[in-house]
Design a protein around this ligand. Sequence first.
Ligand SMILES: [Zn+2]
Length: 176
Amino acid sequence: MSVYIITARDEAELSSPIFAAGDVNPDESAAAFTTQLKAEEYLEAAGWRKTDVVVELDSESMLDWIAALRSDGVESIAVDPDRRAQESGARQAVISLHGLTAELAGIIERRIHTAPPPAGAEELQRIDIYCCQACGQVVEQLPEKEPPTCCDREMELSAFDTVRPGELREAVVAAE
Ligand SMILES: [Zn+2]
């Protein structure tokens, strides 16, 4: 989906004409268009062809455009405004910039609060749990190790568990 706007021909930064989107929408608005044709028609009808051009916004420039509008105190975006209807005071479809910014902030907040852990951090490590039948001593150790000994005999494997790396604690096998 592409978005087109009208911006000043000779300026490096995006600079859109600001207008009131109809008498009943007195807020300062900038226009955004869903097709290049609608944007060109508006440009023509407004008589701005000498000073302004139609550009397609990519995602980067869209955010720059929104930020520039906000810093200019613009309150809304008129969607596919019709120049003649607008001049006769007809209501145009508008999006609140404040609402839009709140929505974007909500998306960013959610992404921050649900950021995945660093790669590999959630990999679980299997550990073996050995138990001494004589004294009840419990030892956890990595599966690749030899069975520990306690009370002069090899301890028995009694369970498996999984832990996160860093949570692994290897009990020291009591010597005799
Ligand atoms: Zn023991």
